[in-house]
Design a protein around this ligand. Structure first.
Ligand SMILES: [Mg+2]
Length: 174
């Protein structure tokens, strides 16, 4: 049987997005206070919880890899995630995994036997929308990160849903 999943961007969705900066270590990770409860609820509903995140700060030498791994371990354990997929590359590295490219999403779908039709991608940026759209996954934009409501006017494609933050996901997915 196929599984359903919540694919989640990290910065701006589950923890605070720091404009023009990076979350470099655990002490700089500011989790939104509702995240634990919301994710626990959806896990209980049978959703796989899979984070897919661009972390160009790693290849830029700004984020220490060991510090990044520590953040991942903490999130995996505390939020009971099924997986974290990350891309360490910069735009100019021309990889296949940096969002909006969808290699990581494809890998996750295959590994966890996911039905895209039953799944959602939750993100705070146009890159997130594009990756979701590329595989026909419903996209939920949260306004708790880098996108303001007026920014969407300039987007060629629009989100399927827009919510203030992850706390309101329960209004969309019953
Ligand atoms: Mg983000």
């Amino acid at each position: 049987m196929l599984n359903k999943a919540l694919f989640l961007d990290r910065d701006g969705v589950i923890n605070e997005y720091i404009p023009n900066n990076y979350t470099k270590k655990l002490s700089e990770l500011y989790l939104f206070n509702y995240v634990f409860k919301v994710l626990k609820y959806f896990k209980g509903k049978g959703f796989k919880l899979i984070v897919i995140t661009n972390q160009a700060g790693i290849n830029k030498g700004i984020i220490n890899y060991k510090d990044f791994v520590l953040i991942c371990k903490y999130l995996m354990y505390y939020l009971d995630l099924d997986a974290i997929y990350f891309c360490p590359h910069k735009d100019e590295d021309n990889c296949q995994c940096r969002k909006p490219k969808n290699l990581l999403l494809k890998k996750a779908i295959q590994r966890f036997n996911i039905d895209p039709n039953l799944s959602y991608f939750i993100g705070d940026s146009y890159r997130d929308l594009l990756i979701a759209k590329s595989l026909n996954i419903k996209f939920v934009l949260v306004l708790s990160g880098q996108t303001k409501l007026k920014d969407i006017n300039n987007w060629e494609y629009k989100p399927d849903y827009i919510i203030k933050n992850l706390k309101y996901l329960r209004k969309i997915i019953k």
